[in-house]
Design a protein around this ligand. Sequence first.
Ligand code: NOJ
Length: 653
Amino acid sequence: MTWWVKWFQKDEAEKTIFSPDGRTKCQFILKNSQVFYDVTRDNKPIVKRSRLDITISGEEPLHNRLKLIRSRSSRHQEMIEMLWGEDRYINNTYTEGVFYLAEASKAHRIYTIRFRVFDNAVAFRYEIPPQPKFSQVVIKDELTEFNIDLNASVWQIPAYQPDRYEYNYERCTVYDLKNSVHTPLTIKTPNGFYLSIHEAALYDYGSMTIKLNHDQILSSDITPLSDGSKAHVNLPFQTPWRLVMIANSAIELTTNRTMYCLNDPPSEDFSWVETLKFIGIWWAMYVGEWTWAPGERHGATTAHAKEYIDAAVRLGIKGLLIEGWNEGWEGDWLENGINNKFTVATKDFDLPEVARYAAAKNIEIVGHHETVGFIDNYENQLEDAYNYYAANNVHYIKTGYAGSMITINGRREYHHSQLGVKHYQKTVELAAKKKICLDIHEPIKGTGIERTWPNLLSREGARGQEYEGGALQPSHACLLPYTRLLSGGMDYTNGIFDIKNSVKRISTTLARQAAYFVTIYSGMAMAADRPFIYEERFPKVFNFIREVPTNFERSVPLAGEIGEYYIVARKDRYTPNWYIGGVTNGTGRRVHVNLDFLDEGSYYATIYTDSEDAHFRDNPFGINILEKHVGRSDSLDIYMAPGGGFAVSLKKI
Ligand code: NOJ
C-alpha cells in the first residue's frame, strides 16, 4: 500500500516513517540543502539528528540548492525462508520511505535515499541513479552519522590492524573511542536500548568502519583503497545498507536477523547446498605433531588422509578438511605465499586417490586454499583451482587470507577495502557456478549475502580457537553472540577436547567445547581436534558433537548478558529434536533453564554439564553426563563452572 506519493520541490522537508508496530520512528529532514535523519522508539531517542552525505571525487559537495523532488512510502510484509541457518523463517516486515533529491543548480545532480523502518531496526542506503553528467564515479567519502549518546557503552574491535577482525573485544564509552572500529558495533545506551550498528549487502564498496568524528559524533569511515578513494563505481549504484539494530535486552539483540532481510533472495537454484560437519588434518599442526609443509612430519599425506577418512566414518562425521596438501608451504609460508600453487599437490599426496577413497566411504573432502592474501596469484589460478577440486568431487573449500594486507592488482590493500570485497565476491560466485561451498578464513565481515549466495556456508572473521594457548579469555565466547555473530555464522573451530595440551592449553572446560556447537552457529562446523582424542579419550562427550545438527528450524535465545554468559536453544531443521548450549565467562554461575519452548510430548534429554569442582584452569575435564525424560513443563538447574558451559540434546520420544 502506498501511503503518500507527492511531487513537489521542497527546500525544507520533514517526513516521518513509522515502523509496522508504530513504535519505531525515523525522521527524514532536509534543511539548508543538507539531509539529516533521526530515530526513536517509544519516543525515546536512539539516534539523534545525524547527517547523511556522500561526496564524489572532482565534484562539489552535493549540497547545491538540494531539493526534495518527490517522496514515497510503502508497507512491505513477508516471511522469508532461509535455505539453512539459525532460523528457517525470518519476518521481513517494514515501512519503506524513499526520498528523491535533486540539485536546482546547473550541475543538476540527483540521488536518492531509501529507508526501511522495521520494528526492531532502521536501515537506509544512498542510491545514485544514471544521470547525464556521469556514468562512473569515484566515491571520495561517505559521511553518514549515527548520533548516539556519548555515554553509551560500546564493545569494539579496532579496524585497520594487521590481524584484521581478530582482536579481543573491549568495552568503552562512545566518548572514549579513539580510533576506527569494525562493525557490527554493539552499543548499550543510557536509556536502556541495546543496539548494533552494522551494514547489509556489502558489494563493490569499501566496508564501513565507525569512528568518532570532529563533532564528537559516531560516523562512517569507509575503508579506503590505496589511492585514497573509497570506491570506484559504475552508475546506477547503491551503497550497502546502513543498519541500526534495536533491542530492549542483550539477549533480544541476538535474534535480530534484519541483515538477511536487506539482502536479495537467491537468483538461482541452491538446493544442492548442504551444511556440513567436518574433522580435519589441522589441529595436529597447531599442537606441533604434524606440519603443513612436506617432510617427515607432513600432515596431508595420502596415508594420513585415508586414516582420517576412516576415522570420520567411525565418528559419524561427514567431512574431512585437508590443509597443507599443495605446493607452497615450504619455508616461511607467510612470506612465500606468492608462490602457492592451487592445482599442484605435494609428492606424498594424491588427490584423485584420496577423493576416490572418500567417495567410496561417503565422506566429503573439504579442500583448502591458503592465499596468504596474494590475490593476484590466486585469481590467476582461480578457475583452474576450482575446476581441479570439482573434477575430484570436492564440494567444499576452506579459503584463507592470512597476512596483514592483500596484494591485488600489484597494490597493497586492506582486506576490507572495495578491491577486497570484490575479490571475496568473485570467489563466492565462481564457487557457486562449480557447485562448491565456501568457508572463508580471514574474510570480509558478514553482511548477510549468504541469503543470496547460500554456498557461502561460513566465515571466520574473529578470534577463533587457534588463538587459544594464551590469547583467549573465557569471556571471549560470551561476547561473540552479541557482537561478531550478529554478522552471521562463524567457523570458531569448536570441539578441542585435548584441553591440557602443553603446546596449546585451552581456557575452557570440556562441557563448554560441546556447548560451542550450539552457541556459535556455523553452516560448516568443524570438530577441530584429532580423531584419536575423540575416540580414545572422550567418546561419550563426542556423542553430542556427532548428533548436533548444522541446520536449524528455529533458535530461541534463553538468557545472557554481553561478555558474561549466553544460553540458546535450537530446534533441528529435519527432526523434532532440540539442542541447548550455554557458556559463561570466568565466573561460575547457576542457571535455571525453563523448557517451555519445547513442543508437546516427552523428550529424552542427555545433559553434559561441568561438575561442581570443574574449573577451566584447575579441573577442565570435570564433567557430568546425565540422562532423563523431560517435557515442556520441566526446567533444568544447571551449574556452569568458571570458563565452563553445558550442552543438552533433547530427543523427541
Ligand atoms: C589461518 C586460518 O584461520 C587457519 O585455520 C589456517 O589453518 C591457517 N591460516 C593456514 O591456512
